[in-house]
Design a protein around this ligand. Structure first.
Ligand code: SAT
Ligand code: MN
Length: 588
């Protein structure tokens, strides 16, 4: 399929290492993918679901020990330890290659090596980059064929270039003790062994599009961010674009596919989805920041997705979708997950593969991090711009996390550098998207803690430099928190579609058409300026409680940030140290 010698030589070397029975190149044709689906069903790797209700949909169960990203076993293997920084695990590249090659050696014996040429971003777009993933898993091939653009056209666009990302995935024995997800940013290389789960093995996603790409972005002057991209169309038909960073499983997919509240729909507001997880952003010829979604599908969290929370996502998953670790309804050969509806199946199989009665069982039918892999083109609100490869101009950048207290519903940073500070102090309660305890508060700057492929102090500096280049064309930077809890532990803000009320305020701030109150942390809305029309059981007094800035809480926060900042040593940009100092001053 190609005469590119850098590609052919590398594949030859890897072939010698892993020793497959045969090599199959993925050409991107529907015939080849269909044959692979059939093969995966014949071996039990996938189950074909009800063709009438869920055409072209499949179910897959991973090993019980392999259900989320493993941050503790994810490594950045830069030559110098310092270059990986305090937020990453580091391993010496020589040692890592040796260890990984020992594990990978002969591991494809009796198996097929699939060669997946893929493009992150529309094929041939100036934003896009090419990768090649080798895998011994049909599940990985089929997921990559949804999540990225795969096949011949990608190799054609690559030509003779050596500028592509090498990716080797070996399932091996799915042995947790030997599971490693290693990145070699200086070699454009990713090696993943002993896992078969999503973010550990779909190497185009977090491994390439964030960890490797963030490193490339730093060196080449662009940004790879853990951000959704959406367009808000106003009644005059103008579309403004927002990118937003939240940690995994904090509602990026829901926000990206938001359905406007009734009153807004009547007026003619629309929301268009460009992406739900990753943004690649470059400064355009007009000096503004332009973004593409490098992915071609959605790898969304299934539990909690329903007719009310995200009808667009639900609709998106009704054809051509692979479900992972959800419950299997045997009565009609469909799928179910917690929070889909109030009618769990009685005759079902749970995500572990055990018989399950949703009416009587006290264990979950779907894993909390169970997922759907769905083609972006299925999405009813997919933006016209999504597939064009020209990108969309970003008006506002929004940071956010899951915070029960302290952080208000929304605030605006004072300027770009203060916005970088706001992103750097993001903290969020952990979710099931990574292994480990859930609900623990941890710092997660720009939602990139698990995904920044180099020293995070240098990453902050890169943000500051991008702001200098953008000058007065820079997007405005905001922070949101949909997750404030009342004393009984209930969410105060209704969230979901009503988040558009907050986005509307954000866009008005970008235009300069609404005033705000200055507080020690930044600009907070006057409660009257957030449109509450049509909201039931929610009044302006309640809104005030989640817009309030409590200086004592923020002083505690500032102390925490001081400690957190120490972890970056002298790589912390002086500008951020100064930002922290002025926050403390304003709080006095
Ligand atoms: O598992 S993935 O990394 O692909 C999804 C996520 O954690 O956001
Ligand atoms: Mn994510």
């Amino acid at each position: 399929m190609t005469s590119n010698t850098s590609v052919l030589n590398w594949i030859e070397n890897m072939k010698t290492l892993v020793n497959p029975d045969q090599v199959v190149w993925i050409d991107g044709s529907e015939e080849q993918l269909e044959a692979l689906r059939k093969e995966a069903c014949s071996t039990g790797e996938m189950i074909k679901l009800n063709e009438e209700k869920l055409p072209g949909c499949y179910l897959h169960r991973t090993a019980v020990n392999d259900v989320a990203r493993v941050e503790g076993r994810t490594f950045i293997c830069s030559k110098k330890e310092e270059d990986a920084g305090p937020t990453n695990n580091w391993m010496d590249p020589e040692k890592a290659y040796k260890m990984l090659f020992d594990i990978a050696k002969g591991s494809y014996a009796g198996r097929t090596m699939y060669v997946i040429p893929y493009s992150m971003g529309p094929v041939g777009s100036p934003f896009s980059k090419v990768g090649i993933e080798l895998t011994d898993s049909i599940y990985v091939v089929l997921n990559m064929a949804i999540m990225t653009r795969v096949g011949k056209a990608v190799l054609e666009s690559l030509g003779d270039s050596e500028d592509w990302v090498r990716g080797l995935h070996c399932k091996c024995q799915i042995d947790e003790e030997k599971r490693y997800i290693c990145h070699f940013p200086e070699d454009n290389t990713i090696i993943s062994v002993n896992s078969g789960y999503g973010g550990n093995v779909l190497l185009g996603k977090k491994c390439f599009a964030l960890r490797i790409a963030s490193f490339l972005g730093k060196n080449e002057g662009w940004m790879a961010e853990h951000m959704l991209i959406l367009g808000v169309e106003n009644p005059q038909g103008e579309v403004k674009y927002i990118s937003a960073a939240f940690p995994s499983a904090c509602g990026k997919t829901n926000l990206a596919m938001l359905i406007p509240p009734e009153g807004y729909r009547e007026k003619g507001y629309k929301v268009w989805t460009v992406g739900d997880d990753i943004a690649w952003m470059r400064i355009g010829p007009d000096g503004r920041l332009w973004a593409i979604n490098p992915e071609n599908g959605f790898f969304g969290v299934a539990p909690g997705t329903n007719e009310k929370s995200n009808p667009n996502a639900l609709y998106t998953t009704q054809k051509g979708t692979i479900f992972t670790n959800v419950a299997h309804n045997l009565d009609d050969n469909t799928v179910w997950w917690e929070g889909l509806d109030k009618n769990p199946p009685e005759n079902a199989v749970d995500w572990k593969g055990n018989p399950w009665n949703g009416k009587t069982s006290d264990v979950k039918g779907a894993h909390p991090n169970s997922r759907f892999t769905a083609p972006a083109k299925n999405c009813p609100c997919i933006s016209e711009e999504f597939d064009k490869g020209t990108g969309v101009p970003i008006s506002a950048i929004v940071f956010g996390g899951r915070r029960a207290q302290t952080t208000p519903l929304v605030y605006q940073s004072r300027d770009w550098n203060n916005g970088v500070f706001v992103g750097s102090i993001m903290a969020s309660e952990t979710t099931a998207a990574a292994t480990g305890a859930v609900g623990v508060l941890r710092h997660d700057p720009m939602a990139m803690k698990p995904f920044c492929g180099y020293h995070m102090g240098d990453y902050f500096q890169h943000w500051i430099e991008m702001g200098q280049k953008l000058g007065d064309k820079a997007p405005k930077i905001f922070n949101v928190n949909w997750f404030r809890l009342d004393e009984e532990g209930h969410f105060i803000w209704p969230g979901f579609g009503d988040n558009l009320r907050v986005l509307e305020w954000i866009l008005k701030r970008c235009e300069g058409s609404v005033d705000a109150q200055e507080t020690p942390i930044g600009y907070v809305p006057y409660a009257e300026d957030i449109n509450l029309e049509g909201l039931k059981d929610f009044d302006v007094e309640t809104l005030k409680t989640i817009l309030e800035i409590k200086n004592d809480e923020w002083s505690k926060e500032a102390e925490e940030i001081t400690e957190f900042y120490k972890t970056f040593g002298d790589k912390l940009p002086a500008e951020l140290q100064a930002q922290l100092a002025s926050l403390k001053e304003r709080l006095q």
